[in-house]
Design a protein around this ligand. Structure first.
Ligand code: PAP
Length: 325
């Protein structure tokens, strides 16, 4: 991968020999956003995050009290991080106090990204995080470290409708790696997305694994959607709180958390405006674009939208999951 990208997560300068050896044996494809992606445990990965995945599988030890936020990229990660951080810390950091950490810190800096941290800072000491430890991942359920699956830790999964997710990633990727993505037509990217040969894909496998796990083991995995968070934020946050064993007593507190974590509040903060970057080089502003349901209409043509709809209908048939927008 070229080293001109603005994010260290898209570069390949720090790969270990072990990762290089593994990569050389994996199926690979030319891809959008990363010049080469590799198929491992059923998903397509960029090299850096593949190394993060391997280290995470090898070294991460989950505790029963851990909370893992799992998402496909661009499915509500930043928002979920803010909401759950505010929720579980509401006694230490009262939302109404006026000096909440979210007012001065981007959510990605408050909640570590497991495989990203394992790539960027392999010596990061996860045992030093305050309890309950709150972390996020884009890993598939299958690829999670064994201890996450076998412990009693909780997983909150957030899914977003695939057209908005694709469009969000499309714009994010173009901002992140303008040179690499400049000559890649969107029609080709939609086709690759629908074939599952897309960075992080296949979309449907990721969603369905967590969906079925949430049905089979509702105490372990909670499945929420970006759309329900948007339409009924209060009810959704109460559901998450109940699942995590920290239910609410006051409606006012719920309203305050919803307001603090809303797109309108977070995107206006100084810390999320132009010029602020995460340690991996990504601008914090890049995580706040439109924050809408159905915003895909300004980027996808009718035929592209139909191609995605057709694919998803087929892949999700019989699952009980439907995307209405
Ligand atoms: P990540 O997986 O790379 O961390 P993620 O936060 O899931 O990214 O995706 C960003 C999307 O969430 C953006 O969507 P858009 O491109 O369609 O606009 C961003 O605007 C949206 N987003 C970020 N924060 C919020 C929020 N507080 N409320 C609603 N949407 C949000």
């Amino acid at each position: 991968m070229s080293s001109s990208s603005s994010s260290s997560l898209l570069r390949d300068d720090d790969l270990t020999q072990e990762t290089r050896d593994l990569i050389s044996s994996l199926p690979s494809e030319k891809g959008w956003l990363v010049s080469q992606m590799y198929q491992f445990q059923g998903r397509w990965h960029a090299q850096a995050l593949l190394q993060g995945l391997l280290l995470c599988q090898k070294h991460f030890e989950a505790k029963d009290s851990d909370i893992i936020l799992a998402t496909n990229p661009k499915s509500g990660t930043t928002w979920l991080k803010a909401l759950v951080f505010a929720l579980i810390n509401r006694h230490n950091f009262p939302v109404s106090s006026g000096n909440h950490p979210l007012l001065v810190t981007n959510p990605h800096l408050l909640v570590p990204f497991l495989e990203g941290v394992y790539y960027e800072s392999p010596n990061f000491d996860f045992s030093k995080l305050p309890s309950p430890r709150l972390m996020n991942t884009h890993l598939s359920l299958f690829s999670l470290p064994e201890s996450i699956k076998s412990s009693s830790c909780k997983i909150v999964y957030c899914c977003r409708n695939p057209k908005d997710m694709f469009v969000s990633l499309w714009h994010f990727g173009r901002k992140l790696a303008p040179q690499e993505t400049a000559d890649y037509p969107i029609e080709k990217a939609v086709k690759a997305f629908c074939e599952g040969k897309f960075i992080g894909g296949p979309f449907w496998d990721h969603v369905l694994e967590y969906w079925y796990a949430s049905l089979e083991n509702p105490n372990k995995v909670l499945f929420v959607t970006y759309e329900e968070l948007k339409k009924q934020p209060g009810d959704s946050i109460k559901r998450i709180a109940e699942f995590l064993g920290c239910g609410f007593t006051g409606e006012e507190e719920v309203k305050e958390i919803v307001k603090l974590c809303s797109f309108e509040s977070l995107s206006c903060l100084e810390v999320n405006k132009e010029g602020n970057k995460l340690p991996n080089g990504v601008e914090t502003k890049a995580f706040f674009r439109k924050g809408e349901i159905g915003g895909w209409g300004d980027t996808l043509s009718d035929s592209m939208a139909e191609e995605i709809d057709r694919t998803m209908e087929e892949k999700f048939q019989g699952s009980g999951l439907k995307f209405s927008c």
